[in-house]
Design a protein around this ligand. Structure first.
Ligand SMILES: O=C[C@H](O)COP(=O)(O)O
Length: 249
């Protein structure tokens, strides 16, 4: 049985002071779940959040990292820097990074490899646009993103990676994929993982759904056979996140 993993992606929200306040509001309320809980926060919030969450079961993640070791990459952050701070997870290839910061499956692949090298657990994102869904190419597109993102990664490393399926049309729009739509794609991701790594590895990998997850729809989405939790944007910035994390209660 796969353990659920529910991660908040704060995106470009919360100053360090506000980050501490949000942690203080949420930590006791989310520390009680059986699921793994991760707060993925802006770089400048990592220290205050790590400090505020010390002694809880809540893990801390970054929202991005660079694929190079170090060097002349002004404004970038390396895997080594994140690891030394005590960060556990890192989101890689979010659709907003692909859209606004020219990330490609190739850079995603390099970042996933570098994260693993530093013992960071990647949350690798994939997802289709509305046009792709309407054109009926969703599964084909997702299969390609998964294969390219994971190129050259071995089975043992694969077990450490979390895949987040986020249909772009459902992000921040209030338009959630139905649980059947989300399940269909998550099952197809597990299928491609089985083809690449064998069924045993595919069964171990955790696949999240993301896109307008909220306190009301979380239980139904997370009850689907191949959905092992969520990557939550907007609702992770408020008390509602506790409701999502405690979806069983
Ligand atoms: O990473 C999180 C997703 O982009 C979902 O964002 P949302 O929950 O605000 O739709």
């Amino acid at each position: 049985m796969r353990k659920k993993i529910i991660a908040g992606n704060w995106k470009m929200n919360k100053t360090p002071k506000e980050a501490k306040e949000l942690c203080a509001l949420l930590k006791d309320k989310v520390n009680t779940t059986e699921a793994d809980v991760v707060f993925c926060v802006p770089y400048v919030d990592l220290y205050p959040v790590l400090e505020e969450l010390e002694g809880t079961n809540i893990a801390v993640g970054a929202e991005n990292m660079h694929f190079e070791e170090s060097g002349a990459y002004t404004g970038e952050i390396s895997g080594a820097m994140l690891k030394e701070m005590g960060v556990s997870y890192v989101i890689i290839g979010h659709s907003e990074r692909r859209e606004y910061f020219a990330e490609t499956d190739e850079t995603v692949n390099k970042k996933v490899k570098k994260a693993l090298e530093y013992g960071l657990l990647p949350i690798m994102c994939c997802g289709e646009t509305l046009e792709q869904r309407e054109a009926g190419v969703t599964i084909e597109w997702i299969r390609m993103q998964i294969k390219r993102g994971l190129a050259g990664i071995g089975a043992e490393d694969m077990k450490k990676i979390v895949i987040a399926y986020e249909p772009i049309w459902a992000i921040g729009t209030g338009k959630t994929a139905t649980s059947e739509q989300a399940q269909e794609v998550c099952a197809s991701i597990r299928q491609v993982l089985a083809e690449l790594y064998g069924p045993a590895v595919a069964e171990e990998v955790r696949i999240q759904y993301g896109g307008s997850v909220n306190g009301k729809n979380a239980a139904e989405l997370f009850a689907m056979a191949d959905i092992d939790g969520g990557l939550v944007g907007g609702a992770s910035l408020k008390e509602e996140f506790a409701q999502i994390v405690n979806y069983k209660k």
